[in-house]
Design a protein around this ligand. Structure first.
Ligand code: GSH
Length: 205
């Protein structure tokens, strides 16, 4: 499998999942500005949408959209427990989280990355995010991970997007349970490895 990624982007989520599962994969860095891969190839030929993550399977088929990719990966090794069985109520709960993270957190961060947006827009986005963080905090006060005591693909995704808070002076210590959660996830060996690999890839830019 090939994971197309950009250091620190939302592709960190499937990157973490691949390492948690111990699946063999090749990480291919994408320059999102030029839409080219490290060897100069046109990334749009892989994903016409031009964004990461994209997962190319050994068959050549390409899967896009982070929430779909991480579920596909988890289902390759169900015994690892990163996603409950398909069709079960716990699986729908996981999908509920993935959708919430995607639409209510990930895409609420997006306008903050756009330098063309005025401060008024950015302040409104930060207020929305603060509201969502305040909704998540009570969940993480009573359990270690989003779906309970077991790390899941939703945690890989939430950890990834929470990591962007530091770029916009959003202090996660306002929600101590979230700050503790970030430390807990960061301490997982697979997560530390993914972060280290991406930090090196960023420096090599
Ligand atoms: N709907 C996509 C969104 C992916 C996305 O927003 N990717 C960003 C990085 S976090 C990106 O590659 N942006 C570059 C672009 O859209 O040109 C998903 O959930 O996978």
């Amino acid at each position: 499998m090939k994971l197309y990624f950009s250091p620190g982007a939302c592709s960190l989520s499937p990157h973490i999942v691949l390492r948690e599962l111990g699946l063999p994969f090749e990480a291919i860095k994408v320059d999102l500005a030029s839409k080219t891969t490290a060897d100069g190839a046109d990334f749009r030929a892989v994903n016409p949408k031009g964004y990461v993550p994209a997962l190319q399977l050994d068959s050549g088929e390409v899967l896009t959209e982070g929430p779909a990719i991480v579920q596909y990966l988890a289902d390759q090794k169900p015994e690892a427990g990163l996603a409950p069985a398909n069709g079960s109520m716990p699986r729908y709960r996981l999908q509920e989280w993935l959708n919430f993270i995607s639409t209510e957190i990930h895409k609420q961060f997006s306008p903050l990355f756009n330098p063309a947006n005025p401060d008024s827009v950015k302040d409104a986005q930060k207020a929305k995010l603060a509201q969502r963080f305040a909704e998540i905090a009570p969940v993480l006060e009573k359990q270690d991970y989003l779906t309970g005591s077991q790390f899941s693909v939703a945690d890989a995704y939430l950890f990834t997007v929470l990591g962007w808070s530091k770029y916009f002076h959003i202090d996660l210590n306002q929600w101590p349970a979230i700050a503790r959660y970030v430390d807990r996830v960061a301490a997982r060996p697979a997560v530390a490895e993914a972060l280290e690999v991406e930090a090196k890839a960023k420096k090599a830019a």
